[in-house]
Write a protein that binds this ligand. Sequence first.
Ligand code: SAH
Length: 237
Amino acid sequence: MIESRLSIEIKIHCPFKSSMTSRPASPPPEKMKFQLNLRQRGISDQAVLRAMEDVPREAFVPAVERYFAYRDTALGIECGQTISQPFVVAYMTEQLQVRSHHRVLEIGTGSGYQAAVLSKLCREVLSLERFRKLADSARQRLANLGFDNVEVILGDGFDIPDTLGAFDRIIVTAAMEDIPQPLLDRLVPGGVAMAPVGPHNSTQVLVRIKRVNDTFERSELVAVRFVPALPGLAREL
Ligand code: SAH
C-alpha cells in the first residue's frame, strides 16, 4: 500500500522535477549584445552590470518601442519625456557608487527604469516626478515587477519636502542649469550627487558632487543630453 502510494508520488513529481532542474535558457541575443555593449563602453562594476541584466527594459518602454528596448538609445515615453540611453543609466549608476545600505533620491522618475536599476543596489530609492501620469504609471509598473524598495512620489525636485529627510546619494535625470544648493544640502556628509548641468536645449555635462563635511567637491565627467528639469508640478497631467 505504502509502496504504491510512493510510486504514484514519483510519477507525479518526475516531470516537474525535470523541468525545475533543467538549465535556464540562455538570454536572447539582443540582451547579450546589450550587456556586451555596456562592457565594451567601459562599464566594469559587476554589480551594476548584473543590475542592468536583471531589469527588463522592455517593461519600461511603450509597446510601440518594445522592439528597440535593448538598443543603446534613449526612447520616447509619455508626456514628451524620454527613458535614458542604457549606457548613460549604467554609467551614472556606476559613478554614483551606490552601496547596499544607501538611501537614494532620484529626481525625474520618467518610466521608472533608472530607479529600478538603482533599487537592485541599495536599501531604498525615493523617486520624484512632476507629471502625475508618469508617476502613477511608473509606481504601478515597479510594483507589478516587484521592485518594492522604490517609492515614487509626485513632486518637484526643486522643492523637496523636508519630511523626506537626507540621502546618501542623489541622482538627477533631467538637465539643470545649475544644481541648487538646497538640493546638495540634502546629502549626508560623504554623500554624492550627480546631475546633467547645462543649457536646456543643447548638450550638458554630467557633474558629480561629493559632500565632505560642509564643503562640496565638484568634478565634471562626460557630455550628455537630457530633457530639461522644470520647476513645479506639470499642469497638464
Ligand atoms: N529616469 C527616467 C528618465 C528621466 S526623463 C527613466 O529612467 O525613465 C526626465 C524626467 O524628469 C521626466 O519624466 C520629467 O518630467 C522629470 N522632471 C523634470 N523636471 C522635474 C522636476 N523639477 N521634478 C521632478 N521631475 C522632473
